[in-house]
Design a protein around this ligand. Structure first.
Ligand code: FAD
Length: 430
């Protein structure tokens, strides 16, 4: 704990004060201080000042009705009061001040957001939009300062004030409509719980700041959350790669030779009917001149993945069905010479890791197609087909799958992430 002397108390609104601290603090925009108050209780208050503008460190405290510490601060702290505090902390801080941001603040949630706004305008080049919700005009903290900043930086800061007394509580639809042009930007949200939940519900990127580590399977998802430039740094691909450093050989020991043609088709993904999928699988196997006794059917999810097969079973006498229980007990019947047809992502991943070629059937254009495409981009060598658009069956795939080098690279990247989470240097074992 350090002792911090209050240099000045500024009345921001009838129920909020700023405490200007006579101190040199090393902090990032959006961080907070934890104060231990004379009653022995500890409370966190965010710095509303910017470390880039030369101003003194300042926290802003709103009196919470019935709140013990905020009431004491708002009524009893004066210039000269000495408060005990822990050093600045917190991760509510943008990685770059040059990034375009979308900011949401509700009530006293403006405090860390104000620090980010002032810092970005003073020391960065990012463009900022702020949605700022309050009960009524008298409760708007920093109204004048925001007006001044917006008029000084008309191209970089836009502020939308939302007053509950006039407009009601912002609905998810209203928040979504306001945020629509900015969904690709990194988002920062601070305010009462229900306000934060409503924003996070409509803006995927707002979820990010709630987590210390965000890791994604594909860059398409990362672009939505972090923007194009940042996507690659948050994408270490699927967790299954962790186990595939040396390929997927250990899944091949199934007892009996693995079939040459393999099928795993799910019925439960929405956009494509079971009969369309069944016809597509049959047409494809025929186009590849696969004999029924050379075909294996894998059940990825018990019960479900038998449904499409049930429609074509009579056309495939002698095909071998691998129920989920057999896969669970003996592993997948994988081999490098195989040709796969799969709607399932993990079957695509594992078969390609064993060196098998294949065709991924997209059963959902905005979900499964993205997932399969991410594996193709990583070098699975498979092709992606949409049975609702492509009329002719795809040509037989070539074997290959992921190269040994790629698999090692993906596994190493996952292992590095796992180490950073589970074995951080700062963890001390007593
Ligand atoms: C990281 C972080 C940053 C923060 N930054 C800021 C900031 O910049 N500015 C700011 O103003 N606040 C900020 N806060 C909130 C702040 O830390 C305090 O939580 C807030 O000031 C309330 O503290 P209090 O002691 O006044 O209220 P408390 O005494 O803790 O009471 C909180 C609420 O609970 C009710 N309550 C208390 N006891 C009971 C009971 N027995 N039964 C039922 N209800 C009860 C009270 O009426 C009150 O409404 C931040 C919090 C965090 C975690």
């Amino acid at each position: 704990m350090t002792e911090l002397r209050v240099a000045e108390v500024i009345e921001e609104t009838p129920d909020a004060v700023s405490l200007v601290l006579d101190a040199e603090l090393d902090y990032a925009p959006g961080q907070f201080l934890t104060f231990r108050l004379p009653n022995g209780l500890e409370r966190c208050y965010s710095l509303s000042s910017s470390p880039y503008t030369g101003e003194k460190p300042t926290v802003t405290v709103k009196r919470m009705p019935g709140g013990e510490c905020s009431s004491w601060i708002c009524s009893s702290v004066v210039a000269g009061t000495v408060l005990e505090a822990r050093p600045p902390a917190g991760l509510f801080t943008p990685p770059s001040l040059d990034q375009d941001l979308v900011l949401f603040a509700g009530g006293s949630g403006i405090t860390p957001v104000m620090s980010i706004v002032k810092s970005a305008l003073a020391a960065g080049s990012g463009r900022l939009v702020l949605f700022y919700a309050n009960r009524d005009p008298s409760s708007v903290i920093f109204a004048g300062e925001l007006r001044r900043l917006a008029s000084e930086h008309p191209d970089r800061l836009q502020v939308t004030h939302w007053l509950e007394c006039l407009q009601g509580i912002p609905s998810p639809a209203q928040l979504a409509a306001w945020a629509a042009p900015f969904v690709m930007r990194a988002a920062f949200v601070c305010g009462p719980g229900p306000f934060m939940d409503a924003v996070v519900g409509v803006l995927p990127s707002a979820r990010v700041e709630r987590f210390d580590v965000v890791d994604l399977r594909d860059e398409a998802s990362a672009r939505i959350l972090f923007g194009p430039g940042q996507a690659a740094t948050h994408t270490s691909h699927d967790d299954a790669f962790l186990a595939l450093r040396d390929g997927a050989d250990r899944f091949t020991d199934h007892g009996g030779p693995p079939p040459e043609y393999m099928v795993c088709v799910q019925p439960d993904a929405g956009e494509v009917s079971k009969s369309t999928l069944a016809a597509r699988v049959l047409d494809t196997l025929r186009a590849w001149q696969a004999r029924p006794d050379q075909v294996g059917i894998v059940e990825g999810i018990p019960g479900f993945d038998r449904e499409v097969y049930a429609l074509i079973e009579h056309e495939l006498p002698g095909a071998r069905f691998y129920p989920f229980s057999a896969v669970w007990a003996d592993g997948l019947p994988l081999a490098a010479h195989q040709k796969w047809i799969s709607t399932r992502f993990h079957l695509h991943l594992l078969a390609a890791a064993a060196g098998a070629g294949g065709v991924a059937i997209s059963v959902h254009s905005r979900y499964y197609a993205t997932k399969h495409q991410s594996l193709i981009d990583l070098g699975s060598g498979w092709t992606l087909t949409d049975p609702t658009e492509d009329s002719a069956p795809p040509p037989p795939p070539k074997p290959g799958g992921f190269s040994a080098r790629s698999l090692r690279r993906y596994a190493d990247r996952k292992a590095e992430l796992a180490r950073s989470i589970y074995l951080p240097a700062k963890v001390a074992v007593r």
